[in-house]
Design a binder for this molecule. Structure first.
Ligand code: C5P
Ligand code: MG
Length: 288
């Protein structure tokens, strides 16, 4: 079968197209029952912008909701304006950014906990939000489900919110597993903390290694399709056992010219300002 024509879309950039071709051919030969998909959530499965307006992350869905007081909203917005530019600053190394990202997540979670958020209002918050999955998400989720290919969504966002987004979109199928930051509620259903080890954008490797059981279960699937939008997402597959092939697809949404080279150096396929799942979907159709 010839390679998907979508790889010639104007949004597609590759450092080494020949290598991409070889990986795809090898994965196709191995068969769909040897494949697993590992994907980031915010700005990978969800849209970055719609009609020129930024779309929300899991955190933003809560930050912008009526569960948060105006005063707290201001503080969360200040944090975003301080730390997001650092997240996407290509002049700073990951080592330099890491402690600052921990600071961002920690401060934001502290503020959220102070808001006494009620568990039973989260579905409403998501329903009323501007959350948007990328165009073509339905085919992506449904196709993986139909072919019984496991999808791990590995997110530094908020698990409770993320699950609600995909549940309301009708795509939280049984082949989907989520690693994320989950809220911990008290006996009256009020947020009291976040559970377990914090996942931020630069410790996904550690998060993967804490979940060896999951990857052990999937050890008959050594071929990995990885989807991300941050350079931190590249380590999401570090727990995969006996990996044979990995194809890394990166969405480059913001500061695209400045960051293009570093994305090309680390992702096999870079999708520049592409708000759709067209290329991942074409690859899935090719592989199955
Ligand atoms: O799902 P993913 O791993 O992409 O989630 C992380 C994203 O959440 C980051 O890219 C960051 O910009 C965003 N974030 C946020 N508010 C916070 C912390 C992170 O919007 N307080
Ligand atoms: Mg992301």
């Amino acid at each position: 079968m010839s390679l998907p024509p979508q790889l010639s879309n104007p949004t597609v950039h590759m450092r080494d197209p020949q290598r991409v071709k070889e990986i795809l051919q090898s994965m196709q030969k191995a068969g769909s029952n040897t494949i697993q998909v590992i994907s980031d959530f915010d700005m990978t499965l969800t849209r970055f912008a719609y009609n020129g307006k930024r779309c929300p992350t899991c955190h933003n869905i809560l930050d912008n909701s009526k569960l948060i007081t105006e005063e707290c909203k201001e503080k969360l917005k200040d944090l975003l304006n301080t730390y997001y530019p650092i997240e996407i600053d290509c002049a700073r190394s990951i080592e330099e950014k890491l402690p600052l990202m921990v600071e961002w997540w920690t401060k934001a979670h502290e503020l959220l906990v102070q808001q006494k958020i009620k568990k039973d209002l989260l579905a409403m918050v998501v329903r009323e939000s501007d959350a948007m999955l990328r165009d073509g998400y339905q085919l992506f989720f449904d196709h993986l489900h139909k072919h019984s290919i496991p999808l791990l969504i590995f997110s530094a966002g908020i698990g409770d919110i993320l699950e609600e987004v995909i549940r309301q979109a009708g795509v939280f199928h049984p082949n989907v597993k989520v690693f994320s930051n989950y809220m911990d509620f008290d006996e009256t259903g009020v947020l009291k903390a976040f559970k377990g080890e914090l996942i931020h954008i630069y410790n996904k490797r550690e998060g993967a290694l804490l979940n060896t059981g999951h990857f052990q279960e999937l050890r008959t699937r050594p071929n990995v399709l990885l989807l991300g939008d941050s350079l931190g997402d590249l380590t999401m597959a570090d727990g995969v056992q006996d990996m044979e092939n990995i194809l890394k697809i990166g969405f480059l949404n913001d500061k695209v010219e400045e960051r293009k080279q570093s994305y090309l150096n680390s992702y096999d396929i870079v999708l520049m300002k592409d708000e759709t799942m067209d290329v991942p979907n074409a690859i899935l159709l090719y592989l199955t």
